[in-house]
Ligand binder design. Sequence first.
Ligand code: T5A
Ligand code: NA
Length: 202
Amino acid sequence: MRAPLIVIEGLDRTGKSTQTAKLCHRLNGFLVKFPNRETPIGKLLNQYLTDASNPMPLEVAHLLFSANRWEMVKNIEDLLSKGTPVVMDRYVYSGVAYSMAKGLDIEWCLAPDKGLPKPDVTIFLKANDLDSISQREGFGEERYEVASLQTSVRNNFEILRSRYDEWKVIIIDGKDIDQVHEHIWELVCPLTRGVTTGLNRF
Ligand code: T5A
Ligand code: NA
């Protein structure tokens, strides 16, 4: 028996950090946020995201986002085997969806993440009304928070959703924080008794 690996994905400002924090608290789990801006690689990514004039090639940024996930693998596997649920705020799918939106090929994007632990469930927070999301506090402060890019990222998430069967979608339009949380809880609850199968890999 091991603990579950749970991922929450979505476009910018859809409430991932709010919801992963709430879920983690209720599960008594461990929260992992990607990018993890505290590590040496995470510091480079933070510079890249907050300074739109940073000339880092797209391919390099993509590989750094992936390396930033690999930095955490040992930690995550140890927690799961000891029975602590791990909740992730973004993961492989964000890595692929954003880099594809910048023009990189899907298979190229997936390659460096090959072998990473696969989530038991991926919950996608989907907003049909992107305009209302772009009015949320903080939107537009970082380099990827541009409406045209968000539309492309949303299409890429749909492509990924059709390829991976652990995906569940929650439509968030018109729902407050607690309503979204209760939906998430319904999906996660069956996993709280523990998982009998080993971890799958990308
Ligand atoms: N990226 C990331 C890549 O390109 N490749 C990768 O491999 C990875 C991992 C930074 C960027 O990096 C890119 C994607 C991103 O562009 P980030 O650090 O996750 O990624 O970005 P953040 O700015 O931290 O977070 P987001 O913009 O994605 O926001 P969240 O976490 O979705 O939203 P949250 O919870 O902070 O909420 C935003 C606001 O909305 C309110 C909240 O109170 C808050 O003010 N809110 C609600 N309001 C009304 N109703 C609700 N239901 C609400 N839920 C939250
Ligand atoms: Na966030």
